[in-house]
Design a protein around this ligand. Sequence first.
Ligand code: GDP
Ligand code: MG
Length: 177
Amino acid sequence: HSEEEQTEDYLFKIVLIGDSAVGKSNLLARFARDEFYPNSKSTIGVEFQTQKLEINGKEIKAQIWDTAGQERFRAVTSAYYRGAVGALLVYDISRRQTFESVGRWLNELHTHSDMNVVTILVGNKSDLKDAREVTTDEGKTLAEAQGLFFIETSALDSSNVSAAFRTVVEEIYHIIS
Ligand code: GDP
Ligand code: MG
């Protein structure tokens, strides 16, 4: 291997989008720091967090952007989306309204970024079984219709959180390599 190959570096910008309080900041906190905030307000968000992943023996840096609450004012700026190659579009399986917003978020994403941005639809709060308002099949069906990956997660009990981020990073890596 040449020195150039050894120092080869990948940096993928990935954005978190979706309605307020669906768990975007907690998904990032769980993934990057293995933390969870039971009563988080939108203020816990950082601008972005960089997380290293290994794919096929290559080190990939995922730079994951959080809205830090600006989605409450429907004012996620174009700078937020600029240069993004991946997106996690999150809804809350216990609040149907957040699932109904998915189309609007997709429009917003496609207005501000490349059409080819690798997107996964994420049904978060899968731990809230008794409060479920959106079935897994509904999520899957919408994802298929829109050409998105799909996964259900829980930032609370950790289930599928790394898988959600990893799926996006792996797909981006496969596209560019
Ligand atoms: P954001 O506005 O999309 O960033 O949402 P937050 O991450 O701030 O989460 C909003 C609220 O939902 C907080 O009270 C979290 O503790 C809670 N929450 C986030 N993820 C989960 C989850 O997977 N399960 C449950 N039960 N609550 C969650
Ligand atoms: Mg947040």
